[in-house]
Design a protein around this ligand. Structure first.
Ligand code: SF4
Ligand code: SF4
Length: 366
């Protein structure tokens, strides 16, 4: 049975009510449906998830989640959140019907949580003839049909905390699961524990405007627009690192490298975006970056062990770049990665000196 627009409005109203929104008082909703807009049906499937990424998205303030759900995400494009088992008002067969009807047409699949390949009873979504349906079965079926998949959170992207040793649930990430099953649907990884809501909304908007091919991904399947810069290069404590001042115990106001900070090997725009509506982030709270967006997070690297400093990259606060001078800089092979970073000759020499001092300090103390 096809879902009518009237019925979809009923679902949406229920979802919005759960969010504390009075749909029918909202002029944006009336406007959205009064005008011709392109609908992007979305099935949000939670598998081995704690729902933290959903909570992060629900707390988005700019844009607010009610605007994402009810208004056009970008002009002429509206997200039709047809299935989200955590927040949708419908339940039981009615909820599952929304999923089954939506997958008959082109849709975007969002996966939250790891894929559980161990005991299927650890994650069941709906039931058939009195038996629970494994989340992985839904994912295999929906993954083949979807136009693209967004894996939200480190668990969906790489396995995350559920995959940590001993991994009793047999958890893996969506990309690895698709590789096992021979599913070629494009997967966009948005790792994080939890994701930044802006990462999801901006990815969704780009997908709506230009399709998944418009989203340039790095070697870990993450959009480069959010996951290019090292945390280390934009950290407010970077001056302490360069000067060789390291916190030796919690509460000291210095660089947290020796307390396990993974900033030097973690790429994300957390320092610029910040969390909780831009109020703070891990380093502002004086907690080391644990590298939550990296595939090895959280336990492949020791939480409090130090990471190797493989490339002495300059902090973002250094002066702008004069690339034609860089050939004249005498770098050792250790710092060869700097060749791709444009820095003025004076800035480079200063950086080289500071980096060497910092490295020496680390070596001396270890
Ligand atoms: S090691 Fe961590 S705390 Fe120190 S400067 Fe780099 S990101 Fe900041
Ligand atoms: S600073 Fe590090 S641990 Fe904190 S959210 Fe960003 S990537 Fe994750």
């Amino acid at each position: 049975m096809a879902i009518s627009r009237r019925r979809f409005l009923k679902f949406s109203a229920g979802t919005a009510a759960a969010l504390g929104v009075n749909v029918f008082d909202n002029p944006l909703l009336k406007k959205a449906f009064a005008e011709a807009v392109k609908e992007t049906p979305v099935i949000w499937l939670a598998t081995g998830a704690c729902s933290g990424c959903s909570v992060s998205l629900l707390n988005a303030l700019s844009p607010r989640i009610q605007d994402v759900l009810l208004d056009q995400v970008v002009p002429g494009h509206h997200m039709e959140l047809a299935f989200h088992q955590t927040i949708m008002a419908a339940s039981g067969d009615l909820a599952m019907e929304a999923m089954y009807e939506t997958e008959k047409k082109p849709f975007l699949l969002v996966v939250e949580g790891s894929v559980i390949e161990g005991d299927p009873r650890m994650c069941e979504v709906g039931e058939s003839h009195g038996h629970g349906i494994p989340g992985s079965a839904h994912l295999e079926r929906l993954g083949r049909k979807a136009q693209a998949v967004i894996a939200v959170g480190s668990c969906a992207a790489y396995g995350g905390i559920p995959k940590a040793n001993m991994n009793p649930s047999g958890s893996i990430g969506v990309g690895d699961f698709f590789a096992e099953k021979g599913i070629a649907t494009p997967v966009i990884n948005l790792p994080g524990c939890a994701i930044h809501p802006d990462w999801f909304v901006a990815t969704l908007a780009t997908y709506m405007l230009a399709g998944p091919e418009a989203i340039e991904l790095d070697e870990h399947g993450r959009p480069k627009m959010f996951f290019s810069k090292l945390i280390h290069d934009n950290c407010p404590l970077r001056g302490h690192f360069d000067a060789g001042r390291f916190a030796q115990k919690w509460g000291e106001p210095y660089c947290l490298y020796k307390l396990g900070c993974k900033g030097p090997v973690t790429r994300a725009n957390c320092p610029e975006k910040k969390f909780n509506a831009g109020t703070n982030w891990c380093l502002d709270n004086r907690h080391p970056c644990i590298g939550c967006v990296q595939p090895e997070s959280p336990y492949e690297d020791s939480m409090f062990g130090t990471v190797p400093i493989q490339a002495a990259t300059p902090p973002a606060a250094y002066p702008p770049i004069v690339t034609e001078h860089r050939q004249e800089v005498d770098f050792s092979p250790t710092y060869g990665a700097l060749a791709g970073v444009a820095v003025g000759a004076a800035g480079v020499n200063m950086l080289k000196k500071r980096s060497a001092e910092a490295k020496q300090d680390i070596d001396d103390k270890e």
